[in-house]
Ligand binder design. Sequence first.
Ligand code: ADP
Ligand code: MG
Length: 635
Amino acid sequence: MSTDSPSPATPRPFQAEVSRLLHLMVHSVYTEKDVFLRELISNASDACDKLRYEAIARPELIGKDARLAIRIETDKEAGRLVIADNGIGMSEAELAENLGTIARSGTRAFLERLGKEGENSALIGQFGVGFYSAFMVADQIQVVSRKAGEDTAWLWASDGANGFTIEQAGESDAAKVARGTRITLHLKEDSRTFLDDYEIERIVKTYSDHILFPIELIGADGATRQLNSASALWQRSKSEVKQEDYTELYRSLSGQLDQPALTVHYKAEGRQSYAALLFVPTQRPFDLFDVERKGRVKLYVKRVFITEDAALLPGYLRFVRGVIDSEDVPLNISREMLQNNPAVAQIRRAVTAKVIGELETLADKEPEKFTPLWETFGQVLKEGIYEDFERRDQLLKLARFRSTAGDGWRSLGQYVADMREGQTEIYYLVGESLDRLRSSPQLEAAAERGVEVLLLADPVDAFWTTAMPKFEGKAMKSLSQGDVDLSAIPLKDAATPKTDPPKDVGDLISSLKAALGDEVDDVKVSQRLVSSPACLVATAHGPDRTLERLLQRQQRGINAKPVLEINPGHPLIAAIDRARLATDLIVVDDLAHLLLDQARIVEGELPSDPARFTERLNRYLVAGLKDQSTEGTPA
Ligand code: ADP
Ligand code: MG
């Protein structure tokens, strides 16, 4: 360790995102200032967790100073509040990195949302911009830190506006920090209430009671008092835990301000002994679809925090937050090896089964609670239908769908119970919006037979359906892919006159095919149309049309060509057939393209060549109007 007087600190700038964040925060878009204390305590607790974990392999890091704790000191006269821990500490480089940048991706997107009024409170916690929140209450912050196992203590200082400095800590500062981090806040005039013992106690009790390390307050009288209970909530039995305790832990784990929609708390004994406390949020976390932030269930081993990244639940349960505390996972296992550890694998299976089981119970017993949960997280749960073959049946049973049977949600169980006589398959239609699906021509024949069709409008629906799942032995069949035969199902209204059996349209189909060339895979007579002249479907072996569109947007499409299906009973088709016989090829070519483009438009696509489309359409409009005016005027 150098004993020379340290060189004067050069000021360093904050990363641009940090400056912007600090600006937003100091100009108080965020009103619940007392969360700063929760954030600093949570960092101190993380630091103690990290030290305890590192010390499994290197016990000398903890040495004699084995009682890990968080201490809060106040100096009312000077207006200073101190939060100190004897955890892992930070080196000079770590101070610059951790307290000068925001490492996480998505920062920019987050800041944009933060700029918008109203969403702020919920978001700050979720994004975990923790440390910087201290500048809401302080106009000067000093951080003295000594990393475990290192000799030098460093002093980081900032006013939150003009960057920060880092220099070697002076002797008196360094003496106060044998290991860990000591943060001194110079409170703004309007934030001096945070020096009040009762106020500090209230905040700690509200937000940080579950912290596993003792949080001590050095009171005005100099006596030390522990403010939190510092016991692992999940180790207590259910009957001892109050709803508020669950909520507080849930909020601190999730960073959200809502109530848990479902709490799963149990202890397992046997091959694997562990305690689990898991929560399903009520509100959707803002990063639910951010692939980088997958499972967030914390793994503890005998009360020692190990990692958040052990993938203790599959991706399709990534909205679950919580803690699993194992008695059997070896403590000294490296985080990298956890993935392959058989004890972890067993726990993962058991916990997954438990969570799904609890969702099933909720769906059965309290459907009024399950429905909103499904509305919030169903899209994610459906990923499991193709990812988790073993639980496919369970997840299909849990799933709720929109359908042509009404506006509510339907389960596959209900669907099958209400199937029409002669019906052997479960029909669905995938698309991009519910409204458009409801008016799809592909539904016509099913509607005529009173056959219910599931309407799948979530992006994930295009994917899981490719797994071609079955439910109770019934295949699921897309109405926009391959051939469909509903003829075994009687018409809903037996009195409906059967349309004339279509006369032979073989020649018409050949000329349409010739006109459209390789724009279509095939032209066929449709079994699914009643009132529309034509529609597009995917080939039996290709991707469904919605999937193809989604893939194309990611430049991963395979340019699958559609099948054009025509309805020979429709007057337009009959007219085209007459025109084909009476006139030249150009007319057939025009009409074939108009038909194809129409079918595209109904699906929400553009005609392949909008200018040509308009030009053709107008030509026939003018001709049609001319006919009318000649009909109307006596010659
Ligand atoms: P987060 O806790 O979400 O990572 P913060 O802004 O709260 O974000 O903290 C940034 C980083 O600074 C932490 O990840 C940690 O590495 C470091 N840090 C903050 N406080 C402490 C502390 N008391 N001891 C050790 N490291 C700390
Ligand atoms: Mg933090």
